[in-house]
Design a protein. Structure first.
Length: 354
């Protein structure tokens, strides 16, 4: 089914979106089809920047909200085209996050009388490096398109729950050094791999901090994710490194997170190679409170990093809410429950037009 033929039904629309392959960097065809649909809607002003689409209502309402989602998926794993039974749609991107995109595109194309002005945002390259991320590039090239928003909702998979804010993330390389020698005369050298034992011991003993903010509890984590070292099978190595990933609560800044990692591995060389800030829950804005009322259950903390952090950096409170199950994201057996799509559509409709 073509996307334009499925707009009235978010379930059919999910399947139509999934069937247009859009692995990161290959979103042009999907963006073309969505752009054609949006430009037929007289109530929307549409701009396309690369493969990022921004469609705005301009009704003169006192508040503006953003509904956002990414168009790209991870590489397919023998799971396209989509299949469907009475309960689920199966296929690459069903959960992460074409079912969420279907909800916002359905609203963009069909809703003429929202209670807020709405910016519908669909962007490319979320699943790859931040420098390629369509939202990241938009905030730098066209910040005025988001500057007037008072709230943003990212329709990432949350299984129908509201996940507030997000954790920050940091990667660092912790290094040891030694002195090379022949392994038959190892006493003449210093083994850098052996010297990494205290690093791994610190990680084994690490007690993750918990931080509760606005009723949402964020649990931090510090883990080794890669390790390397060695020269040859008969050489005592003179270098070893452990890559660690620190997921930190949003009440820590990036600077504080880096200091914490350096303190944890005091006495070792620590090189912070990548960092991104978290996002506080941001539950005080009126549209946020009204949305939580529509959902009817309290928010939980987002344990992970999402693009809500980019909105928070702009001063825009943001939440994660979508029909997909995050535990199924990126898996060959990825799927989304039809009931979750319909329930999500009903919740958004009751909030946006109440």
């Amino acid at each position: 089914m073509l996307i334009r033929e499925a707009l009235a039904d978010p379930v059919a629309l999910t399947r139509a979106l999934v069937d247009v392959e859009s692995v990161s960097g290959s979103e042009a065809e999907l963006a073309d089809q969505i752009e054609a649909v949006l430009r037929q809607a007289a109530h929307l002003k549409v701009e396309r920047i690369g493969n990022t689409l921004v469609a705005r209502t301009n009704l003169g309402l006192p508040q503006r909200v953003v509904l956002a989602g990414h168009l790209d998926t991870v590489p397919i794993a023998g799971n396209l085209p989509a299949t469907q039974d009475a309960e689920c749609i199966y296929g690459c991107g069903t959960a992460d996050m074409k079912s969420g995109v279907a909800l916002l595109l359905h609203l963009a194309a069909t809703e003429r009388h929202p209670r807020y002005d709405v910016t519908y945002l669909m962007y490319d390259c979320e699943e790859v490096d931040l420098e390629l991320n369509g939202l990241y590039k938009l905030t730098r090239s066209h910040p005025h398109l988001l500057a007037d928003a008072g709230f943003a909702m990212l329709l990432e998979p949350t299984y129908g729950l509201v996940e507030a804010g997000c954790q920050g993330t940091l990667r660092a390389i912790v290094k040891t050094t030694g002195r090379r020698a022949h392994s038959a005369r190892s006493w003449l050298g210093v083994n850098a791999i052996h010297a990494a034992a205290p690093i791994l011991r610190s990680l084994q003993l690490y007690a993750p901090r918990e931080s509760t903010i606005d009723g949402c509890t964020y649990r931090e984590g510090l883990n080794a994710v890669r390790v390397g070292g060695g020269v040859a099978s008969n050489v005592v190595p003179d270098e070893c490194w452990v890559e660690v990933n620190y997921r930190f609560a949003p009440d820590r800044s990036e600077r504080e997170a880096a200091e914490h990692v350096r303190d944890t591995f005091a006495g070792f060389a620590v090189d912070v190679v990548d960092t991104a800030p978290g996002a506080l829950p941001g539950l005080g804005a009126q549209p946020v409170r009204e949305f939580l009322d529509a959902v009817g259950q309290p928010p939980t903390a987002k344990l992970g990093w999402t693009d809500v952090a980019q909105f928070a950096a702009l001063g825009i409170p943001a939440l994660n809410f979508g029909p997909g199950d995050p535990n199924l994201a990126h898996k060959p057996e990825e799927r989304v429950e039809i009931a979750k799509i319909r329930a999500g559509a009903e919740t958004l409709q009751s909030w946006l037009v109440a």
